[in-house]
Design a protein around this ligand. Structure first.
Ligand code: 2RA
Length: 297
């Protein structure tokens, strides 16, 4: 493969910095250019990676897409746009076709749970998933981390059950993203998703407690085997906390158990590094897929 050019926009943010580290892990070295606010963004690149917020991604997209063969957007801006694949490579890389130009990377909150559901979906008819999230401060970006550093921050020694903005329905924007993104990635528009999202005083890594209902009764051994066999998931009987796995690439599924009265209801605890598999690592894996399948000359 000839050397390709990858442009990273927003390289000074939390995800942007990690993206540069991730791109350095590609199996083949490529030229990586960084673009700050003031830089000329009309240079040609093979892949543009937008590590920017929704508003900046919207501003940049028309400019960079005129110069780039592919654009990977890490923001939420285009995740629900018709025709834009929302991709976790271990789950639905095939949603990227030769005609795709823009790919969205999902919300860190649901990435791990969606991978677990994908593993289970192979053998079970999934109907419903309830989850409560325990989300790290770093998910809220640099500003929230700065706020958290302040001893009087409301996020210190506290759990805050509002992430994003509260909508007319009473759900937050974060919860609505969770419903829509799980459905889109798994291509299961009818699955019921019942979310509750909470910010906890942890700097890195998100956890979710999930309760999953299938049409069939679950077999716990089979569930553990399906999860362990799925690319990117560790399920080995140990219990994983946010502190244990910060800095790790994988999604960790633990505390598997069945409801004592209804064997078609499974409980689990899902933990992942929100900045890695929840963001920069997932974006790098999308770039790697593009390089291997569409830019491999
Ligand atoms: C959060 N999931 O943790 C969001 C960030 N993308 O705030």
């Amino acid at each position: 493969m000839t050397t390709k050019t990858i442009g990273v926009y927003g390289a000074n943010g939390i995800v942007g910095r990690l993206m540069l580290k991730e791109l350095a892990r590609l199996p083949q070295a490529h030229e990586v250019k960084t673009f700050g606010r003031e830089d000329d963004k009309t240079q040609k690149v093979d892949i543009a990676v937008l590590c920017t917020d929704d508003a900046v991604s919207a501003e940049l997209l028309p400019i960079v897409s005129a110069q780039a063969k592919f654009v990977i957007d890490m923001s939420a801006k285009y995740r629900q746009t018709e025709g834009v694949p929302l991709v976790i490579p271990e789950v639905n890389a095939a949603a990227i076709t030769k005609d795709t130009r823009l790919i969205a990377s999902p919300n860190c909150t649901i990435t791990g749970l969606t991978m677990a559901l994908n593993a289970l979906k192979k053998d079970y008819t999934l109907q419903e998933v309830f989850f409560s999230s325990y989300q790290a401060i770093s998910g809220g970006g640099k500003k929230l981390l700065e706020d958290f550093a302040n001893p009087s921050s409301n996020y210190r020694a506290n759990c805050v059950p509002v992430i994003g903005s509260i909508q007319e329905s009473g759900f937050t924007s974060e919860e609505i993203k969770g419903i829509n993104e799980i459905r889109k990635i798994l291509d299961m528009p009818a699955i019921k998703v019942r979310p509750h999202t909470v910010r906890v005083p942890v700097e890195v890594s998100h956890s979710l407690s999930a309760t999953i209902k299938a049409k069939e009764d679950f077999d716990l051994q089979k569930v553990a085997a399906l999860l362990a066999a799925h690319a990117g998931i560790i399920c080995d009987g140990k219990i994983y906390t946010q502190k244990d796995i910060a800095g790790r690439d994988e999604v960790f599924c633990s505390r598997l158990r069945l409801d004592p009265e209804d064997k078609n209801i499974l409980y689990m605890w899902v933990t992942l590094d929100n900045l890695l598999k929840g963001a920069a690592l997932n974006g790098r894996q999308i770039a790697q897929y593009l390089l291997e399948h569409f830019l491999n000359d």
